[in-house]
Design a protein around this ligand. Structure first.
Ligand SMILES: NC(=O)C1=CN([C@@H]2O[C@H](COP(=O)(O)OP(=O)(O)OC[C@H]3O[C@@H](n4cnc5c(N)ncnc54)[C@H](O)[C@@H]3O)[C@@H](O)[C@H]2O)C=CC1
Ligand SMILES: N[C@@H](CC=O)C(=O)O
Ligand code: NA
Length: 457
């Protein structure tokens, strides 16, 4: 008898059994916490799901490695066999293959699936959705975006009656932790990444975090849900944090900002644009107060207005919390009938290049400290129709002297350098790039030190 039917009849008859068989794929940072909670919360989970959730196997690469809190008898290297004898499959192994094949196999065998794998969902979500739809089973993935924070469910269910215009936030715990440590402890990027790995925040290959791939995957998933439009990963403009220097972080503080890796998805009349990049955020903005591996996401919807979601975006137990929430939902459907949400991509909005988005920028330049330089710089910006919001000047980029509102250059020492910090009004990527190229050509500009977007003002 099909598992769902057995469970429904059993629940109707008030019987405690049959249990739903849960297969766990992966027993790393997240998987080990899922296994622990399945055991320690067994009774509550059974009461909430309407049937016991019995862990019937844990697929790992090496069964001889002990896993805290996991009965060694449950460990197996036969992931394919395991998914075929489960009612519910939790995939927390990560990567594209064999995760995709195993999920498709599980779905084909009639299991509902829960995954934390944003890389896979961003790469091939529609295939998984279609397979789950065909098989009449659930595909849940709350843990894949912003860890413990309920965000997928609010966006695809609670806000299904509204029109989302913008999603903006910090969705990668590792890079937020790293930028925070650079700002507060003076760590360099490599040291901070090692700490994030030790704390269980980073992906198996932390390049996915620092180069923005993880945030881009999450942004693609969120944008697809928010705008009812498939947003392939390749359409997400992606910049990581490897080019962010300690000097950028220090100058951010001097100018009243912090550096954050932001994911921004916007829907306008022209279409949808999605981008991930480091940006300066004013210290007065709520996102500036998001520290460590925490995530925070603003969702702007037409009727609801602005909503903010905040919490732990990474780490074993927080992520396992989201996985178990999904597992209970899928289990309830097994017991009582019903289905979780299916893919909604009917709007099929045009996808725009991120370069279409207008942003403010902060440009830092080392320039000759002589009369007329400021006028040359201002002229180069004006020629490209990039207007200046503010200019500050300091003796050098790293000299430590407090910057001051712009003052006339003294011009007595032809070799003296000054550091200019220019904040622009909104401009396109293309206009800004052309401006920066023109600035770099000026004799009086010795170096374009950095160019960062400014968001959230
Ligand atoms: N660590 C975190 O904070 C979060 C992780 N995630 C996602 O959860 C998933 C798991 O992440 P972690 O637990 O951090 O990774 P992890 O690297 O700690 O654990 C993955 C486990 O799966 C096992 N595994 C990988 N390929 C396998 C295979 N072919 N056969 C059997 N076992 C295999 C590995 O040996 C490892 O034990 C990933 O998709 C990740 O993106 C999502 C949200 C937060
Ligand atoms: N590596 C990810 C883990 C959660 O998704 C992150 O740092 O946010
Ligand atoms: Na989440």
């Amino acid at each position: 008898m099909e598992a769902r039917e057995r469970a429904r009849r059993s629940a109707q008859q008030g019987a405690a059994d049959p249990a739903l068989r849960v297969a766990l794929l992966g027993a790393g940072v997240v998987g080990s916490q899922v296994a622990r909670l399945l055991t320690s919360q067994r009774d509550d989970l059974a009461a909430r799901a309407g049937a016991a959730l019995e862990l019937v196997g844990v697929a790992v690469r090496d069964v001889s490695v002990p896993r805290d809190g996991v009965d060694p008898a449950l460990l197996t290297t036969d992931a394919e066999g395991l998914v075929e004898r489960a009612d519910l499959v939790v995939e927390v192994m990560g990567g594209i293959e064999p995760a995709r094949s195993l999920l498709l196999r599980a779905i084909a065998a009639g299991a509902s699936v829960v995954t934390a794998n944003k890389a896979l969902l961003a790469e091939d979500g529609p295939t998984l959705y279609a397979a789950a739809d065909d098989a009449g089973v659930d595909l849940y993935f709350e843990a894949a975006v912003a860890g413990a924070i309920p965000l997928v469910r609010p966006v695809r269910e609670s806000l299904a009656g509204d029109r989302i215009r913008r999603v903006l936030g910090v969705v990668n715990g590792t890079t937020n932790y790293v930028l925070d440590q650079m700002a507060t402890e003076g760590l360099d990027l490599d040291q901070a990444v090692k700490q994030a790995q030790a704390l269980g925040y980073a992906e198996a290959d932390p390049t996915a975090d620092v180069e923005g791939f993880d945030a881009a995957a999450k942004a693609a998933i969120l944008a697809s849900l928010a705008f009812h439009t498939r947003v392939p990963l390749e359409q997400v403009h992606r910049e990581g944090i490897t080019a962010v220097t300690a000097d950028d972080v220090a100058w951010a503080a001097r100018t009243g900002h912090v550096v954050k890796l932001l994911a921004i998805a916007e829907s306008t009349d022209a279409g949808v644009s999605v981008r991930v990049h480091p940006a300066l955020v004013p210290t007065s903005h709520p996102l500036a107060g998001v520290h460590g591996a925490f995530n925070a996401v603003f969702v702007e919807a037409e009727a609801a207005g602005e909503l903010m979601f905040y919490g732990r975006g990474a780490g074993g137990a927080p992520t396992a919390s989201a996985v178990l929430g999904d597992l209970v939902s899928a289990a309830r459907h097994r017991v009582l009938g019903g289905r979780g949400p299916v893919e909604s991509s009917y709007a099929d909005l045009p996808l725009l290049p991120a370069s279409a988005a207008l942003t403010r920028y902060q440009v830092r330049l080392d320039v000759a400290d002589r009369p007329g330089v400021l006028a040359q710089v201002a002229h180069a910006l004006a020629e490209h129709e990039v207007s200046i919001e503010a200019v500050r000047q300091a003796p050098t980029a790293s000299g430590g002297a407090a910057s001051r509102a712009v003052a006339p250059a003294s011009g007595t020492d032809p070799l003296a350098l000054a550091h200019l910090v220019i904040t622009t009004h909104e401009a396109t990527d293309a206009a800004l790039a052309a401006t920066v190229a023109a600035l770099a050509e000026l004799d009086s500009v010795t170096r374009v030190v950095s160019v960062l977007r400014v968001e959230g003002a």
